[in-house]
Design a protein around this ligand. Sequence first.
Ligand SMILES: Nc1ncnc2c1ncn2[C@@H]1O[C@H](COP(=O)(O)OP(=O)(O)O)[C@@H](O)[C@H]1O
Ligand SMILES: Cc1ncc(COP(=O)(O)O)c(N)n1
Length: 262
Amino acid sequence: MKKVVTIAGSDSSGGAGIQADIKTMMAHGVFAMSAITALTAQNTTGVYDVLEATPEFVGEQIDCIFNDIRPDAVKIGMVSNIGIIEKIAEKLKEHQAENIVVDPVMVSTSGCALMSPDAQETLVTKLLPLADIITPNIPEAECLCGFEIKSTEDMVRAARMIGENLKGGVLIKGGHLTETADDLLYVNGECIWYRGERVDNPNTHGTGCTLSSAIASNLALGYDMKTSVKNAKEYITGALKDGLDLGKGSGPLNHAYRITGK
Ligand SMILES: Nc1ncnc2c1ncn2[C@@H]1O[C@H](COP(=O)(O)OP(=O)(O)O)[C@@H](O)[C@H]1O
Ligand SMILES: Cc1ncc(COP(=O)(O)O)c(N)n1
């Protein structure tokens, strides 16, 4: 069995973070493990409180996982401060982790900051260079490239600029921009569009977490990067189409249907 670890924050309402990651991994038939960076008191209407783990405790969780059940892929989500980011980078290098997917989570769909502003530079210098693929949404890509992204041409320019200094690919998610929810992968100097079908569903809580976990699962299963992104895109579109409607705000996706058909 292939194994995948998510290094991310917990979402008490089960729609994003660790919970979305584990559900997605189960739907892909891989063994899911977690190193929790923070607890959030959160639901579909917002993030109400955050309790961060210490960097040392994040490191211990990663050691326990790699020293026993070595993952075939790693997904990284919410990493809220400099100490946690530095510890994760140190441990990924120490354990020579493979198939690293970094979702540079900065702000939740509901508008709450999930990373302290001073941590962005550490993310860029220490963690992103270790990634095989990073998956920013439009606002996150804007932070990383330093200009506004208002069109598909801007997406191409941003992906090239962000990807220039990275060994891995950059997938800019178009969920916040294009009519059609098209995503753009820039890898090895090549741009590849993943044409989406925009689903009329306001319940998009956890879409970014789900997409990055689906990519990590596909990489663990042995698919190459382009195929992994294609398969993950199909998974997220299907999960949105299932049309689950829970909670008072932007609700979660239906992974149970993806797993059991019910
Ligand atoms: N309404 C939608 N219909 C179809 N796909 C969507 C929709 N909203 C987002 N997506 C897709 O979900 C994935 C996550 O995208 P996005 O919402 O941009 O990221 P994030 O959750 O990090 O803000 C992307 O593949 C994006 O194209
Ligand atoms: C613990 C945690 N991690 C990540 C997200 C971002 O997810 P989204 O942007 O889809 O709301 C979140 N809301 N909570």
